[in-house]
Design a protein around this ligand. Structure first.
Ligand code: PLP
Length: 408
């Protein structure tokens, strides 16, 4: 069996979620129908809504079901932008962190291109933590009146950095600006409490916490108005039309309940495994550099399941492939465009140069991870790394040769 170290991409479905999914999917009934089957489906959805609300520290009416994190991000960012600008046309700016997942980043870029939005990409420090002084300066400069919303993820999917959401919301609050946060990686991994956070909107996703792929939610404050992205039957407070996925929602709720009930013990257990991975990489590959917050210095600054390194002289993709051949499933952490790897925008925002950023590898742990996984990783890493480094050097030499041939 391969060792799965890519829980940040998706984590295996939990037993309770699978049981809920298979039980409920066998039943028929549209939760919007008025007959018995419809009412039973509605009851399942509403029970799940209460469970998810309790797990995320929200009121049940604040849970808007979506098809996942991407849709929740689109709805949160576009919906807040349109609604705030409709109320006050001068509000066309979006302040957004420069380390967002594509689901937020591309949404903001789309709003810039098609809706006349102006984005300000807020800087982060070398660990990927949002620069609060930059945000404060931007707001204090009299620029707050033109801000439609602020969006900053709760925790980063590549380097695992936990962002200062409380401080961001406190700053935004003094200007009455709503804040959206993509909590897809944070929810189920660290303490996330929607109401206490003061956020206007927050995205979560089922398949990152042991639920199925294709279901998620936008938590939306009761007083917050949102312009819908998709139109139809007016489900979900009229902001997210579409027949609800009763089985997916029931399974999402089962996973949310399980993960939040066991959060304290599990996050400690997983952080222990993560620390073992970090220690092993540092010992076996001394020139590898941990990216993001060092948990030995600031434990709360990093997700318990995330270890991310850059390996000098290696291409992340080669290392990924060689580790995969050795039975270790990891990730470079960032997406590629049409199969062409590009250096991660997150690492570039943290100040890395392109060459260094290309050597990135993320090892992420989750509920099925065990000490044996770390042992297998420790066995496989030296050889995979040595071969990736040789391949990296060969590629480097051949690119120099190609360039000098061209020069001639
Ligand atoms: N936001 C973050 C931070 C993520 O890590 C992901 C998934 O990789 C998403 C959003 C997208 O979520 P989904 O796969 O549910 O659409």
């Amino acid at each position: 069996m391969p060792v799965y170290l890519d829980h940040a991409a998706t984590t295996p479905i939990s037993a309770s979620a699978l049981a809920a999914l298979t039980t409920v999917i066998a039943r028929s009934g549209n939760p919007s129908s008025l007959h018995g089957a419809g009412r039973r489906a509605r009851a399942t959805v509403e029970q799940a809504r209460e469970t998810i609300a309790a797990a995320a520290g929200a009121h049940p009416t604040e849970v808007i079901f979506t098809s996942g994190g991407t849709e929740a991000d689109n709805l949160g960012v576009k919906g807040l932008f349109w609604s705030r600008r409709a109320a006050e046309p001068a509000r066309n700016r979006i302040l957004v962190s420069s380390v967002e997942h594509a689901a937020v980043q591309d949404t903001v870029e789309w709003l810039e291109k098609h809706e006349g939005a102006q984005a300000l990409w807020l800087p982060v420090d070398a660990d990927g933590t949002l620069d609060l002084a930059a945000l404060e300066a931007e707001l204090a400069d009299g620029g707050a009146d033109s801000v439609a919303l602020i969006s900053c993820m709760w925790a980063n999917n590549e380097v695992g950095t936990v962002e200062p959401i409380a401080e961001i919301v406190a700053l935004a609050d003094s200007y009455g600006i709503p804040v959206h946060s993509d909590a897809v990686q944070a929810f189920g991994s660290i303490d996330v409490h929607f109401r206490d956070s003061g956020l206007a909107a927050m995205s979560i996703s089922g398949h990152k916490i042991g639920g199925p792929v294709g279901v998620g939610a936008l938590l939306l404050g009761r007083a917050i108005t949102l312009t819908p992205v998709q139109h139809g039957g007016g489900q979900e407070r009229g902001v997210r039309s579409g027949t609800l996925d009763t089985a997916g929602i029931a399974a999402f709720a089962a996973a949310a309940q399980e993960v939040t009930q066991n959060l304290a013990a599990e996050s400690q257990r997983i952080a222990g495994l993560r620390d073992a991975v970090i220690a092993a990489v540092r010992e076996l590959v001394p020139d590898a550099v941990l990216r993001g917050v060092d948990p030995a210095q600031r434990p709360a600054g990093r997700l318990p399941g995330n270890a991310h390194f850059t390996f000098p002289g290696c291409e992340g993709d080669s290392l990924l492939f060689l580790l995969d051949m050795a039975g270790i499933e990891s990730s470079t952490g960032s997406a590629c465009t049409a199969g062409v790897p590009r250096p991660s925008h997150v690492l570039l925002a943290m100040g890395l140069d392109e060459d260094t950023a290309r050597g990135a590898q993320r090892f992420s742990l989750g509920h099925t991870s065990a000490p044996e996984d770390v042992e297998a990783f420790v066995k496989a890493l030296p050889n995979a790394h040595a071969r990736a480094k040789t391949a990296g050097m060969a590629a480097h030499v051949s690119s120099i040769e190609t360039a000098s041939t061209r020069d001639r």
